[in-house]
Every structure is written in C-alpha cells, then in structure tokens.
Design a protein around this ligand. Sequence first.
Ligand code: NAP
Ligand code: GLV
Length: 316
Amino acid sequence: MNILLSGEFEASELHVWQQSLRAALPDAHWLGRDEALAVADTVEVAVVANPPPGSLRGLPKLRLIQSLWAGVDRLLLDPTLPAGAPIARMVDPAMNASMAETALWATLALHRGYFDYAQAQRRGLWQPRPQRRADSVAVLVLGLGQMGLTAAKRIAQQGYHVSGWSLRPRADAGDLDGIAAHAGQAALPDLLAQSNVVINLLPLTPATTGLLDARCFALMPRGAGLVNLARGAHVVDADLLAALDRSHLAHAVLDVFRTEPLPADHPYWSHPQVTLLPHVAAQTDPESASQVVAANVRALFEGRPLAHLVQVERGY
Ligand code: NAP
Ligand code: GLV
C-alpha cells in the first residue's frame, strides 16, 4: 500500500512521524510528493499535516485524505484539493486530554490571579488579594466538540460553573456532567454576559472567523478573562487589545495567532495582561495519532465506515 505523507514538518519531526506511522502500519510504503507522483495510480491515501497548497494534485485515485491536525481550516483553503476524496481530521483522546489540561491551567490561573502574582513577583511586590471560590466562577466553553467537551468536563470537575456553546442543540444536553449546554447564535450574548472566563475551542469557519470582537468583549463582565486555544483568526486583535487596555477584560491567554510564529513586533508579546503560548495547547502525539491513522486506513481497505470525516460544506 502506497501512502503519501505530506506536511509542514521539521526534519527531526518528520523522522519521528515516519517511525510512528511505520510501526502502526508496517505494510505501507510512505512516499514523499515526488515519489507519490511517480506511482500516482497506486496512491489511495494521503496523510497530511497542513501540506502546501497543491500537494494533493495529480493523485487521481485518492480515497482518503487523513489530516494529522484536528483543525482542517488551512487544508480546506487549498483550491486544488481533489473533489470526491473524503477528508478525515485527527481525533485522538490523548490530544483532547492535553487540551483539557491547558484549558484547566488557564482557568485556574485566571480565577486565582496567578498571572498577576507572576507580574507582581517581577516587580518585587507582595500583594495578596481576596480569594474566590471556584463555584462562584462561571466558565463558558465555545465549541462543545472533541476538545471543548473534554475541557468543559475537566473544568467542571474542579467545581467551576461551566456552560458550553455549540452550533446545534445537543441531544444529551440534560446529561453532560453538570455542564449547561446551549446552542445557536441567539444564545451567545447572555452566555457571554454571565461568564468570568471564556474559552474558545471552535473550529475556524466563515461563521466563526472574527467572532471574538468588540461586541463580544463588551458583553463580557468587567474583569473577565479570555482564553483562545483554537485559531488566531477567531479574534479581532485590535478589539482585544482595546478591551485589555481599558481593563474591561483583565487578561487574555493566547495560544494561537493570525500569523505564526507571532511577529516579533506584535503588541501581544509585551502586553502585561497577555500570557502567550507558541501554539502548544494540544500537540498531536505521533504515537497515539499514528494508531488513529492506522485504524482509518484499515477501515478504508476493509470496506468499513471511515471515522471523523469532515463536513466540507460546514467547514469542520
Ligand atoms: P469539533 O469536535 O469539530 O468541535 C467543534 C465544536 O464547535 C462543535 O461543538 C460545533 O458544534 C461547534 N461549532 C462549530 N461552528 C459553530 C458555530 N458557528 N457556532 C457555534 N458552535 C459552533 O472540533 P475539536 O476537535 O473540538 O477542535 C476544535 C478546534 O480546536 C479545531 O478546529 C482547532 O482549530 C483547535 N485546535 C487547537 C489546538 C491547539 O494546540 N491550539 C489543537 C487542536 C485543535 P456542533 O457540535 O453543533 O457541531
Ligand atoms: C492544532 O492546532 C490542530 O488543529 O491539530
């Protein structure tokens, strides 16, 4: 079985992926783009990690495009993607768990003022502040999918009051481990107005691009915190900076940016109310992700349904 492996990999990273994928699918031959083109009629699967646009052109027999990334927004922007080939995204419980850890860390740090204490230390200030109970803190998770629901459950386990927001109403809304589930645009203003911490775990689609703007920030209570773990383009940066500068929002934790790496002169780098991470909220784990890939490739060749297919018309 010939499989194209294509993506934005550092050399050392590529080696790790090749080893894990070979171990998970010992019968497969993993090909680079030029090798794949040389045997184009035999390549039925492409495993991709944000490949450069055009990488899947010229492979007429593709029957599965398996992303190593959970978010497929960049992949879907490639106008040369072969029509008819199903796209599956990465869904890995190990990755969901990592995301939940990051979301919980940000929630705890915002709630208990740990980012401010870190600032105070750098300035040599001993400034204890009153402490709030977790059950008096309202957390809103935007997106109740793989990442959002896992994060919401993890945060709720610590005693926070957690709400979640999705596109469509959930059939299991009454039975979500104490998470109050809401759906649809009309529900959002009230949810924002009631939330001390807002965590973004939406996919980037035309409907969610720029969603986190001045109107959203104005609805959030004074002193609230924003945590963006999804995509940089969900946030209107100028609006966020304005909300932070007038201390309407107390702090933002940002893992993702419109341009990555974040340009050296970007105001986020030195803003005292911003804590930033270099897009590491939930990294794909090669070992477990390779097992996810192998399961889908086997399903394809054994004629079973493919898992985690992207609804291209919805954009996620
Ligand atoms: P997912 O399982 O597809 O879940 C997406 C959720 O968003 C679903 O609940 C969906 O609603 C909801 N949604 C989509 N469009 C919406 C809209 N217009 N209004 C309201 N809700 C909407 O995705 P996931 O696996 O949780 O991943 C989410 C995102 O996390 C990825 O797309 C990626 O951008 C980001 N991510 C970041 C990192 C990192 O390291 N920073 C790592 C992995 C992923 P329904 O349930 O109704 O469909
Ligand atoms: C990371 O951001 C991913 O989408 O997997």
